[in-house]
Design a protein around this ligand. Structure first.
Ligand SMILES: Nc1nc2c(c(=O)[nH]1)N[C@H]1C(S)=C(S)[C@@H](COP(=O)(O)O)O[C@H]1N2
Ligand SMILES: [Mo]
Length: 227
């Protein structure tokens, strides 16, 4: 079982929780904002339904950005695994590295093409931790207290990266540095910044947005914004 230790407790944070933004986004879910009622596939349209292409890289979070030092940072893989991991940042950087380039799609409508990431592919990390057969879901926890959830098939895809660099430079803190997950086939709220804990579970555990009216899976091609 996971311990109840407050893993984010001694990490300095800047900013204030943007309660108004959280309320507004909950309202959008209630109202079905931005829904076009159409679906597509990545083969037929690069831009998913209802999305708008942006040239810049917006910053979206709860307003609280943890300032986690390289010394304090830990990446934990726990729960239904044969070999739990608790990696320092140096240990993480010593793992075999890979690069991926992909498009990102935020549920608030913006999409950004051709993001080049460096880091460790999720299947490689899972191979070290060795999930048990009963593991069906993952719960992800970040240093700002944010949580999200994925089915193990959505988590273990080869294009998914635990990323520490973007466009050839260390990932900026505002975009989730020192380490974030990138799951490009789902809306970007499924890609936690400042990731610290990956917990493998038998039962699903909906995260921050999933309990506030957002879809449990979040496929942009199926326009799974709310649910
Ligand atoms: N830890 C954490 N991760 C998070 C969030 C957050 O609030 N906290 N917001 C999510 C949302 S809604 C989006 S769209 C993306 C935004 O990533 P960016 O700020 O790098 O564009 O991060 C996701 N990951
Ligand atoms: Mo988002």
């Amino acid at each position: 079982m996971p311990d109840d230790e407050d893993i984010t407790g001694d990490i300095p944070r800047t900013g204030k929780l943007r309660e108004k933004l959280v309320e507004a986004k909950q309202g959008w879910a209630r109202d079905g904002r931005l829904l076009t009622g159409t679906t597509a596939t990545p083969e037929t349209a690069r831009l998913p339904p209802g999305q708008r292409l942006v040239p810049d890289f917006p910053v979206l979070d709860l307003g609280v950005q943890p300032d986690v030092s390289a010394e304090k940072y830990r990446l934990r893989v726990e729960g239904l695994v044969a070999a739990p991991l608790r990696l320092t940042l140096a240990e993480f950087h010593a793992l075999p590295q890979a690069s991926r380039t992909n498009d990102i799609h935020c549920v608030t409508q913006w999409s950004r093409y051709d993001n080049a990431w460096d880091g460790v592919p999720v299947p490689d990390l899972l191979a070290l931790a060795r999930p048990k057969d009963e593991a069906r879901f993952v719960a992800l926890t970040s240093y700002d207290g944010y949580t999200t959830n994925l089915a193990i098939e959505d988590f273990a895809r080869p294009e998914n990266l635990l990323a520490h660099a973007w466009a050839g430079a260390p990932l900026e803190r505002q975009h989730g540095g020192p380490l974030r997950l990138v799951v490009p086939h789902l809306y970007f709220w499924k890609s936690p910044k400042w990731l610290t804990r990956i917990e493998l579970l038998r039962e699903d555990r909906p995260g921050f947005w999933e309990v506030r009216g957002y879809h449990n899976r979040g496929d942009p091609w199926m326009e799974q914004r709310y649910g």
